[in-house]
Write a protein that binds this ligand. Structure first.
Ligand SMILES: CC(C)(COP(=O)(O)OP(=O)(O)OC[C@H]1O[C@@H](n2cnc3c(N)ncnc32)[C@H](O)[C@@H]1OP(=O)(O)O)[C@@H](O)C(=O)NCCC(=O)NCCS
Length: 175
């Protein structure tokens, strides 16, 4: 057995998403989330939001797409922010660090955009690995029912000890 961690094997790579990846990503989302994904509050947000192509990355293994991360543009109380998701890794490649690697890559690029923070709906125990924290109560109003403990944020272009903007989270379009 190789002593090289699986996620660093030469065959596994992270690269920007391209239009040719769309069908493979849709199939991955179906496998990772199932048909119930369309009913989730996060999808309601994305329906009204523009994607952020420069933050969309995929993981491949020997050329086959095995992971994807995307972001959408939102505003919180009128301030520009990013909404992380969907993040999905093919179950056959779970636990190899690919989910974290995709987020580290995209969040590094996100620092270069004019957004106050990144928010998502997900498990704190996982997303804390890349610095996400719970949104303090009463700051961000999500446009669909959501477990407040799963509404997480990550500051961008500002110190770690700041708070997210206050107000309604809404999907945003690029003018
Ligand atoms: C969640 C998901 C993206 C994780 O991807 P991954 O590449 O397997 O994750 P990583 O290898 O980077 O990290 C694995 C570690 O995170 C932990 N982890 C994975 N999902 C977790 C969760 N929901 N809550 C807490 N910990 C989690 C694993 O137990 C593992 O822990 P270890 O390092 O102590 O062994 C992937 O399992 C997936 O696509 N799941 C289905 C879709 C989904 O739920 N997406 C996220 C929406 S909230």
């Amino acid at each position: 057995m190789s002593s090289i961690p699986a996620a660093t094997r030469p065959l596994t790579a992270i690269r920007p998403e391209t239009p040719g990846d769309f069908a493979s990503i849709e199939a991955l989302h179906e496998k990772a989330f199932g048909p119930g994904r369309f009913a989730k509050g996060a999808y309601r947000v994305r329906e009204r939001a523009d994607p952020v192509p420069e933050l969309a990355f995929v993981a491949t293994d020997a050329g086959t797409l095995i992971g994807s991360v995307r972001f959408s543009r939102v505003t919180i109380g009128g301030e520009s922010a990013l909404f992380l998701g969907p993040l999905a890794i093919d179950p056959a490649f779970a636990g190899q660090g690919l989910g974290v690697a995709l987020m580290v890559q995209s969040l590094a690029f996100a620092e270069g955009l004019s957004a106050t923070c990144c928010v998502l709906v997900g498990d704190l125990a996982y997303y804390a690995r890349v610095g996400f924290k719970p949104v303090p109560p009463g700051r961000v109003v999500f446009p669909a029912p959501v477990d407040p403990a799963r509404l997480l944020w990550h500051p961008l272009n500002r110190p770690e000890d700041t708070a997210p903007p206050v107000g309604n989270l809404e999907g945003a379009r690029v003018a």
